[in-house]
Design a protein around this ligand. Sequence first.
Ligand code: PBG
Length: 326
Amino acid sequence: MLFPDYRPRRMRQSDALRRMIQETTLTVNDLIQPFFVVQGKGVREPIPSMEGQYHLSIDELTKSAKEVYDLGIPAIILFGLPEKKDPLGTQAYAKNGIVQQAIKAVKNKVPELVVITDVCLCQYTDHGHCGIVSGKQIDNDSTLDLLAQMALSHAKAGADMVAPSDMMDGRVTEIRGFLDENECSHIPIMSYSAKYCSAFYGPFREAAHSAPQFGDRRTYQMDPANSIEAIREATMDVEEGADIIMVKPALPYLDIIYRIRQEIDLPVAAYNVSGEYAMIKAADKLGWIDGNRVMMETLISIKRAGADLILTYFAMDAAKVLRNRT
Ligand code: PBG
């Protein structure tokens, strides 16, 4: 098809024609809104590096959860900030831990909203690592049992799905087995399969008070230079029983999303992380870009690359834009 026989501009003449040939669509069904939950009452404390995001006490969280539900967004993911931290992150799997209480309150107020929980120790350990520390090492195998306990305690509190983000080897097998042994075979696992060691998590670590107190996460999170390894990680998680495979971050890893979509026959999620959000919000605030348009372009690019689901701090903002379009 060559010019002048073919003219691509013919189909771009009007909004209706453009809509008719649109290849990728973004809907509210694709979005998952993350929330940070803290102890207390009436707390809605802005997170400075993540404009529009807050530390919410449980009563405030349930209000926001209702808003998410009313916007038609199907799911939220919860991150907890416990009052005390210790070397084994015991608040992570405490029956009455912050996330366990939050799940109950949200399910009570908005039962149909899907509540996903992040399963990782870093917000709960005093050293800030995602696993148990032994000397200067992060001990893989002794961490697995704690992750399984954490996942089960979320499920027992009423969570609809668990999402391990620790990057310990073998955690999906361990969590799947433990859930199954304890009457939770119906709970899906969304695995952070290809989670890179990324500087784009900076604002989140400030928000979640989860920066490592020594060293970094390079011995467990992936090297940004690798892509074949991401396929190996995802394949392992499929074999271990994951239900959804996640790639994180999203924008600097669109190629990974694309490759995983080609090679894996499970739903693929992408996490549009805190740093990606903060950059757009900051540039918008300075008047350097049109934040809403850049947001929508970003989200469609993640879907175009192959993601079925997007975890994003923009979920509520994007749902509002989508609602006003129709
Ligand atoms: C916990 C976790 C992190 C994020 C999600 N789960 C931080 C990290 O691994 O350091 C990052 C999310 C974001 O940046 O928005 N392990």
